[in-house]
Design a protein around this ligand. Structure first.
Ligand SMILES: *Cc1c(COP(=O)(O)O)cnc(C)c1O
Length: 384
């Protein structure tokens, strides 16, 4: 099988420009012997907090753990309800099931794919203890509207910022706006580590302290456990690599932004707007384009995907099966009302390649391939 001409992402190419720095930093950690709680972990926490313009950051083992730790620190459990979108990665909802609370699935805005405040308002009830909006595909969720809904109520807002490090909602960095922000350093995120890693951000120093307690077995002082926490640490090796990546992040996010803008122009110029809808981002917000996700009209999504694959253009469907349809939640502690836009999006969305080292030639090839596919579709329609 030939390697795709345009991959969905190119982590190795991204790392190439910082390879020497990475190896030097990793070597230092190896030589220090401090693989946990090393100075790079504290330094990264401080640097990431500064980057996100938020007072506190706490490292942990993954984005999934960050979400779980938030719910643990807020004491959310059986009898409580947590509202999450159904159109997201599994971890946004599985943490709720893990702590024994009920998952309440909200629908999305069909233009942005973000959780719809209207749907959240309909689902909020006396047992609602938290909402987890996801900054999906790198674009901010409608936090202001959600915070207005929860104002004065005992409901926490947990930002799932795993896909959106560096994005801005009305000028503010995501992760620092609501009660707590959850970040992931999974390799395909905008700031990917050399393995798993995660971070929690919060404006509340007391909450930061509580998150730290829960991430360290609830142990303080040593061998005295006040709460039942978990073991979730960010390794020193990861932190050392991520500090180098954080310095590149503004440049990499800017490169993604250029690619996204160009897709919009080129798809328009190619006359493809009747076939695909390009992504919508609120003009007051700034996406960091973890994904460039289009909506494909008239049931052509899977045929287009197949065609692009044959031409060596990698694509992905995020997400083909909404979470409320997952086998593991069937008959479980879940509820929802109407998820029509979620169902429709699952059948129509397609994420095209977008990554910092993508070249003009690669991107042109993707758009040319789109044009070729749809000129064939138009011909088939006319002759039918
Ligand atoms: C990647 C991701 C996570 C989980 O992050 P991990 O570090 O892989 O555990 C959570 N939520 C969303 C929306 C994600 O995309």
């Amino acid at each position: 099988m030939n390697a795709p001409q345009v991959p969905l992402f190119d982590i190795a190419a991204e790392n190439q420009s910082i390879r020497h720095e990475l190896i030097r930093a990793l070597t230092q950690v190896v030589d220090s012997g401090r693989f946990l709680h090393g100075p790079d972990v504290t330094a990264l926490e401080e640097e990431l907090a500064a980057f996100c313009e938020v007072p506190s950051a706490v490292g942990c083992a993954s984005g999934s753990d960050a979400l779980l730790l938030s719910l643990l620190a807020f004491g959310i459990g059986p009898g409580d309800e947590v509202i999450v979108p159904s159109f997201t990665f599994f971890a946004t909802a599985s943490c709720v099931a893990r702590v024994g609370a009920r998952i309440v699935f909200a629908d999305i805005d069909p233009a942005t794919y973000q959780i719809a405040p209207q749907s959240v308002a309909e689902l909020m009830g006396p047992d609602t203890r938290a909402i987890i909006p996801v900054h999906l595909f790198g674009a901010p969720a409608p936090l202001d509207e959600l915070l207005e809904l929860t104002e004065g109520k005992p409901i926490r807002v947990i930002e799932d910022a795993a896909q959106a490090i560096g994005a801005r909602s009305r000028g503010r960095r995501v992760g620092g706006i609501a009660d707590v922000g959850c970040f992931s350093f999974y390799p395909t995120k905008n700031m990917g580590g050399l393995g798993d890693g995660g971070m929690l951000t919060t404006p509340d120093p007391d909450l930061a302290d509580r998150l730290r307690l829960f991430a360290a077995h609830g142990m303080r002082p040593r061998y005295y456990h006040s709460v039942i926490g978990v073991n979730s640490r960010l390794d020193s090796l990861q932190a050392a690599a991520l500090r180098i990546k954080l310095r590149q992040l503004p440049r990499w996010n800017a490169a993604r932004r250029v690619r996204a803008a160009r897709y919009g122009q080129w798809i328009e110029q190619a006359g493809l707007r009747e076939h695909i809808t390009t992504p919508t981002v609120d003009p007051a917000d700034e996406s960091v384009w973890n994904q460039y996700t289009v909506r494909v009209h008239r049931g052509q999504r899977d045929a287009l995907r197949q065609y692009l694959a044959e031409r060596g253009v990698a694509t992905e469907v995020y997400y083909p099966v909404p979470l409320h349809r997952q086998a593991c939640f069937r008959g479980g502690n879940v509820r929802w009302h109407r998820l029509a836009e979620t169902e429709r999006a699952a059948g129509e969305v397609l994420s095209l390649p977008v990554f910092p080292t993508m070249t003009d030639a690669q991107q042109q090839y993707v758009v040319d391939s789109l044009r070729e596919f749809f000129s064939g579709v138009s011909r088939r329609r006319e002759s039918a």
